[in-house]
Design a protein around this ligand. Sequence first.
Ligand code: 3PG
Length: 306
Amino acid sequence: MKVLIATEKPFAPVAVEGIKGVIDGAGYELALLEKYTDKQDLLDAVADADAIIVRSDKITAEVIEAAKNLKIVVRAGAGYDNLDLEACSAKDIIAMNTPGQNSNAVAELALGMMVFMARGGFNGKPGTELRKKNLGIHAYGNVGRYVAAIAKGFGMDVYAFDPFVSSDAIEKDGVIPVGSVEELYSKCQYVSLHIPATAETKGSIGYKLLSGMPANGGLINTARKEVINEEELLKVMEDRADFVYISDIAPDCIDTFNARYEGRFFFTPKKMGAQTAEANINSGLAAVNQIVAFLEKGDETFRVNK
Ligand code: 3PG
């Protein structure tokens, strides 16, 4: 069996070593494709792979078509909007993610960026504190829970909206559940986004929600840039000089931000929420262990396609 790690944004070497150890132990072969820039390199690499581990790498119908031996693809991470699930299912290929494994890394980045912005990008001038400010968690999943726990350590008042999580479960963590997304945004000076990118959520965060946020409001997006309606976000930036936007990966309209809103935004140069050695080890090892469990025992836990 050949397991391909195809990562345009590589895992930390220590994670690759760990994955290799599991592959060796199972008597499989490892193939490594890192930092590729040409889609053809990916198409060539998948040709004889039985299993593939990816990060945000796009596994399209074309890639699936080129992967003649493929039985399973695992997205080492949470969001699997980069996998063409229908194309996988059409070829009886199992698609999985590794939920929760990189969540703490993303949460630490979200809080780190909030502090950075509240302190003016560490520019030496007076800033503000997070203590006693309201933080809204939009979607209380794995990352949202870590963000809430860290924010409580900062002394923030934490609210959450998630139609799929019971109020009891939210309250148990000392977080205040709210009944609607509008209520969350209107109550909270800071909102941290943790919704997945789906047909329903893409472009769903726009003027109506953001313009209703309290004074000195800010949106922290460590989810996906696609969930933002960028045209409407720009309108909020224009209307409200107090509003800041912080995102783990720049929006498509970055040129407008650079030209008009200096000091009111921060974007990472490359999506790096999950870019820690720990997250790479956790999600990489989970991915390879899930592959071995499926190939040896037919274990389909964490399957995301039908
Ligand atoms: C995820 O969905 O798990 C995160 O966005 C991490 O993505 P990455 O593996 O590309 O860093």
